[in-house]
Design a protein around this ligand. Structure first.
Ligand code: MN
Length: 161
C-alpha cells in the first residue's frame, strides 16, 4: 500500500535522476546541431597532432585579404609550431584551449576570449588536455602563407610554464 512517505521517496529519486541527466548533458561536448558553425572536415595533414576539424568559412580574395576558419580540436589535439607572416586573431568559441608563443609560457584560452598572434612569431594552439576547444582563426594572407615548423612535443604540450 502506497503511503505518503513512499510517494515522497519515489518523487525524490525521480528528481535526483532527472538532475543528474541534465548535468551530464551540460558537461558533454556539444552536439553538431548546437554548434554556431558546423565543425567541417577532419584535418588530415602533418601540421596537426591528434584529431581536429576545419570549416573554411572565408577564403581570402582581392577584397578581403584575410581567411577565417573554424577549427575544432579534440582534447590533446594541437597544431605544429608555426607562424603567420601577417599575424592571426583567435576567437575562442567553446571549451578550453592552449596558446603558446616561442620563449613564453603556455596560456590557457577559454570560451569568449581573444588572442592576437603577432606577425612572424612562432607559436602553436590547440585544445587543453581534457577539454575540447573550438576557435575561429582569422589569418592575414597579404604577406604569404602560414609557415609550418616542428611538432609540439608532449613535454612542451604538458608543460605548466
Ligand atoms: Mn596560428
Amino acid at each position: 500500500m502506497m503511503n505518503l512517505k513512499n510517494i515522497a521517496i519515489i518523487y525524490l529519486f525521480g528528481v535526483l535522476a532527472f538532475s543528474c541527466k541534465q548535468q551530464n548533458k551540460a558537461e558533454s561536448s556539444k552536439e553538431e546541431g548546437e554548434l554556431i558553425f558546423a565543425r567541417g572536415e577532419m584535418i588530415n595533414n602533418e601540421n596537426f597532432t591528434g584529431t581536429a576539424w576545419l570549416n573554411n568559412l572565408v577564403q581570402a580574395d582581392s577584397v578581403n585579404q584575410i581567411a577565417a576558419g573554424s577549427v575544432t580540436f579534440e582534447p590533446g589535439a594541437r597544431t605544429k609550431w608555426h607562424l603567420h607572416p601577417a599575424g592571426q586573431i583567435i576567437l575562442a568559441l567553446e571549451g578550453v584551449g592552449y596558446y603558446q608563443e616561442k620563449g613564453k609560457g603556455k596560456v590557457i584560452i577559454k570560451k569568449g576570449e581573444v588572442v592576437k598572434c603577432p606577425a612572424d612569431i612562432p607559436h602553436w594552439h590547440g585544445a587543453s588536455a581534457d577539454t575540447a576547444f573550438i576557435q575561429i582563426a582569422i589569418t592575414g594572407r597579404e604577406k604569404g602563407e602560414t609557415v609550418w615548423l616542428e611538432r609540439v612535443t608532449d613535454d612542451e604540450y604538458n608543460s605548466i610554464k
